[in-house]
Design a protein around this ligand. Structure first.
Ligand code: BGC
Length: 412
C-alpha cells in the first residue's frame, strides 16, 4: 500500500523549476535521514530548491521500482541514489548524464581511490558522483551484555556460535536481524569472507565460477549460515535493519551484523555501549559498498547547469566530511582528513588501507557492487528460501546456486 502511494506520487511527479534538484533516495531511517538533510541544507544554502523523493525501504528495492517506472514514463528525477553494477545497467540504456566535464575540473581521477573511479566509470566516462564508502563486514555488539555474561567478542564463526548459544541460554536474543533477502545476504557473504577468504569470495561472487558456487567450501558456508537461524529474534519476519539496531541499543539483542550505516541509529553518536568489530574472521578485510548519486540527462541547459553545481557540491571536501560523519561511512576521497571521525570511522579507513595492500578489498555482493542485478536477485531468492526452510539442504542449494547463476548470466 505504502509502495502504491509512493509510486503514484512519484509518477505524478512535481514539476521542477530551473534550479530544482529532485533527489530520489531511500535514506529514511534516523541517521540516514539526517545525512540526507545535510545535503538538502547545503544545496538550499546555495540558493537552490530541493525536491525530496524519499522512498522508504532499506536496501533500496522499493526506490529502484519507483525509479524504473518513472524512467519508463519519461519522468526520472534529476538525481538518484544509484550504485555499483546497476549504474552500468542505467548508463548502457542512455539515461545517465556524463560527468566527465565536472570530473575533469574537479580532478576526480586524482582525488578518488582507483577502485572508486572504476566503479563509477562506464566505458571510460564518469556516470555518478561518489558520496560515501561503507564497510559492510561489521559486527556490532552490545558491550554491557557481553560484560554481564563475561563473554569475549567472537573472532571467528566457531566462536560466534558459542557466544550466541550463551546469550540464548541467558534469554537474550543473540543476533538482531530481519528476514529481508538483502539482510540475509549480508550475513551470508560475511560468513563467506570470514571462512572462505577473499579469493574464494571473488571467485564465487565476482567471477561467478560454477565449481566454486557449488563446491564444498560453499556448502560449508551455507551450513554455517543456516545454523544461525536459531539465534534470531522471535519477531524476525519483517524486522527492518534499523529496528534490529534498536534491539541492540535497548539491550534486547547482543549483536547485529550489518554495514556501518548502523552508526546513524545509535542513540548518541559514539554510543559507548555499542562497539564495532570486524565480522568474525574478517579482520583487515573490507567488503565495500560505495554510495553514489547519478544524474539523469536533462533536456534543458538550466537543469543541466544545476546538475553540474550539484555534482560539485557533492564532491566538495567540506560536504563529504559532514555528510559521512552523519551517515556512518567514510569519504571515498583518497586524501580525506579523518581526524574528526569516530573510532569506527577511523578503523574503517585503516581496514581499507590494509585490505587494499593485501588483496582483501572485495565488492559487496549483497550491496550490488559485484554482479548484475538479475544475478544478485537469483542468489537472494535462493538464499532466502534455503534459510527459511528448517530442512534446508546445503549440497542441493549450492548446486542450485551454480545452475541459477549460469542460467541468469546467459540471459545477459
Ligand atoms: C545503502 C546505504 C543505506 C542502507 C540501508 C544500502 O543499500 O547503500 O546508504 O544506508 O542501504 O538503507
Amino acid at each position: 500500500m505504502r509502495l502504491a502511494v509512493a509510486l503514484l506520487i512519484a509518477l505524478l511527479g512535481t514539476p521542477a523549476t530551473a534550479s530544482d534538484i529532485e533527489v530520489l533516495h531511500w535514506w529514511t531511517a534516523g541517521g540516514e535521514a539526517r545525512a540526507a538533510d545535510v545535503l538538502r541544507q547545503r544545496w538550499q544554502a546555495l540558493g537552490h530548491h530541493w525536491v525530496d523523493a524519499a522512498i522508504v525501504g532499506g536496501g533500496g528495492n522499493s526506490a529502484m521500482l519507483v525509479l524504473r517506472s518513472r524512467a519508463l514514463n519519461h519522468n526520472p528525477p534529476q538525481a538518484a541514489h544509484l550504485k555499483g553494477v546497476e549504474l552500468h545497467e542505467w548508463a548502457k540504456r542512455g539515461f545517465l548524464r556524463n560527468l566527465d566535464d565536472v570530473a575533469r575540473r574537479g580532478q576526480w581521477q586524482l582525488r578518488l581511490y582507483p577502485f572508486v573511479s572504476s566503479t563509477l566509470n562506464h566505458q571510460g566516462h564518469f556516470v555518478a558522483v561518489p558520496v560515501g564508502l561503507h564497510r559492510v563486514n561489521w559486527l556490532w555488539i552490545n558491550q554491557s551484555l557481553f560484560q554481564r555474561l563475561e563473554l569475549n567478542p567472537p573472532r571467528n564463526w566457531e566462536e560466534m556460535i558459542q557466544v550466541a548459544r550463551r546469550f540464548k541460554q541467558a534469554g537474550i536474543t543473540p543476533l538482531a536481524m530481519g528476514d529481508d533477502p538483502w539482510q540475509l545476504a549480508i550475513l551470508f557473504e560475511a560468513i563467506a569472507l570470514g571462512e572462505g577468504g577473499s579469493d574464494f569470495f571473488r571467485r564465487a561472487f565476482v567471477n561467478l565460477e560454477p565449481e566454486v558456487l557449488s563446491g564444498t567450501q560453499m556448502q560449508q558456508v551455507l551450513r554455517r549460515f543456516h545454523s544461525l537461524r536459531s539465534f534470531l529474534p522471535a519477531n524476525h519476519i519483517g524486522l527492518k535493519w534499523n529496528q534490529a539496531s534498536q534491539m541492540l541499543v535497548n539491550g534486547q539483542a547482543a549483536m547485529q551484523l550489518m554495514g556501518d550505516w548502523v552508526k546513524g541509529e545509535l542513540t548518541e553518536p559514539g554510543n559507548q555501549a555499542i562497539r564495532c568489530l570486524p565480522a568474525p574472521g574478517t579482520a583487515g578485510k573490507f567488503s565495500y559498498n560505495l554510495d553514489s548519486l547519478a544524474l539523469f540527462q536533462q533536456q534543458d541547459a538550466e537543469h543541466d547547469q544545476a546538475q553540474q553545481q550539484f555534482a560539485e557540491l557533492l564532491m566538495s571536501a567540506d560536504f563529504q566530511q559532514q555528510f559521512n560523519r552523519v551517515k556512518g561511512s567514510i569519504p571515498p576521497l583518497a586524501d580525506a582528513d579523518l581526524s574528526q571521525f569516530d573510532p569506527c570511522g577511523q578503523a574503517s579507513a585503516k581496514a581499507l588501507q590494509h585490505a587494499t595492500q593485501h588483496g582483501d578489498l572485495v565488492p559487496s555482493m549483497a550491496e550490488g557492487m559485484a554482479i548484475p542485478s538479475n544475478v544478485q536477485q537469483a542468489i537472494f531468492d535462493l538464499l532466502a528460501s534455503y534459510f527459511s526452510d528448517p530442512q534446508g539442504d546445503a549440497v542441493a542449494t549450492a548446486r542450485q546456486l551454480a545452475r541459477a547463476v549460469s542460467a541468469v548470466s546467459a540471459e545477459q
